[in-house]
Write a protein of this length. Structure first.
Lengths: 178, 114
């Protein structure tokens, strides 16, 4: 009897690594936001975290991570394409590049953020919104690297933005319900 | 593009989409049962496994093709996830969400064609 009760207590006290990581993540950002003097509160009435733990803000962080690791992956993959012809189709040769490992760190960070986002936002809304990266990559190339954007590409960017606005509307309604 | 590349692209997409569905299901379950639940852990593990395969295949494909060539295929994943989230996760797929998703996909394809 005592043994069972003690075990149950131990189990409830034990922290799973993932739970710990996702909580750590929100704690860090709550802490940062408090220190930065930004508005922060945990709305107890609907139990949705706000401030830096806000899932929509975390979705934004997720998007920044994706842009970063896409660029790292492309650069790393290109530099290791000729390491071994026999194995290159598996992608395993890419691991020879330090850039790929840096990208993997960003991807793991991104995964934790993404899991946190999925806890609060439906997949059918969060995923289309996260595709804003398809616009951000060419636009950042245009702004920072001074690359040319063809008219066709601008039309594509415009379509994505209109689509995002349309998807964001049900997202706003969802926000009211939460 | 050879038939082999097409198979690799399809497997890459399928593992990516499956991973997302596993993750969402796991996170849904975790808010009910917590992370100690065996099913939640299994779903997270399945998600990480399929994402890893998808990641490696993506690297292999990036070594052979331009990023701009592969991007339209990634656009397909938006539609696939929208449909499967409605079918499997029972998420509500409104007309608005469908039209928005299709526009984003069309935009992604246009951006990568240019």
């Amino acid at each position: 009897m005592d043994g069972k009760a003690a075990r149950e207590r131990r189990e409830t006290n034990e922290f799973n690594l993932l739970l710990f990581l996702s909580q750590l993540w929100s704690e860090i950002f709550r802490d940062v936001s408090v220190r930065a003097g930004l508005a922060y509160s945990l709305d107890m009435t609907n139990n949705r975290p706000s401030g830096f733990a806000n899932p929509w803000l975390q979705l934004g962080l997720n998007i920044i991570c994706v842009v970063l690791y896409e660029l790292l992956l492309k650069t790393g993959a290109k530099s290791t394409a000729d390491v071994s012809r026999a194995w290159s189709w598996t992608g395993i040769t890419g691991l020879a590049s330090p850039l790929i490992w840096l990208a993997i760190i960003v991807i793991i960070l991104d995964l934790i953020i993404w899991l946190y986002v999925l806890k609060y936002i439906p997949l059918s809304i969060a995923f289309p919104l996260s595709r804003v990266v398809d616009v951000l990559v060419p636009i950042s190339c245009w702004l920072i690297l001074k690359e040319e954007i063809s008219p066709l590409r601008w039309y594509g960017i415009a379509l994505v933005i209109i689509g995002l606005a349309i998807v964001a509307k049900p997202a706003a309604r969802l926000e009211e319900r939460l | 593009m050879t038939w082999w590349s097409l198979v690799l692209i399809l497997v890459w997409l399928a593992t990516f989409v499956a991973g997302q569905l596993f993750f969402k299901r796991a996170m849904e379950l975790s808010s009910v049962t917590g992370f100690r639940d065996r099913k939640t852990i299994a779903l997270l593990g399945a998600g990480i496994f399929s994402m890893t395969i998808s990641f490696l295949l993506n690297l292999g494909l990036l070594q052979r093709f331009d990023l701009s060539y592969l991007y339209p295929f990634q656009g397909l994943s938006i539609i696939m996830i929208g449909l499967l989230a409605a079918a499997i996760l029972k998420e509500k797929l409104t007309w608005r969400l469908t039209i928005g998703t299709l526009l984003i996909t069309a935009g992604v394809v246009l951006v990568s064609m240019s």
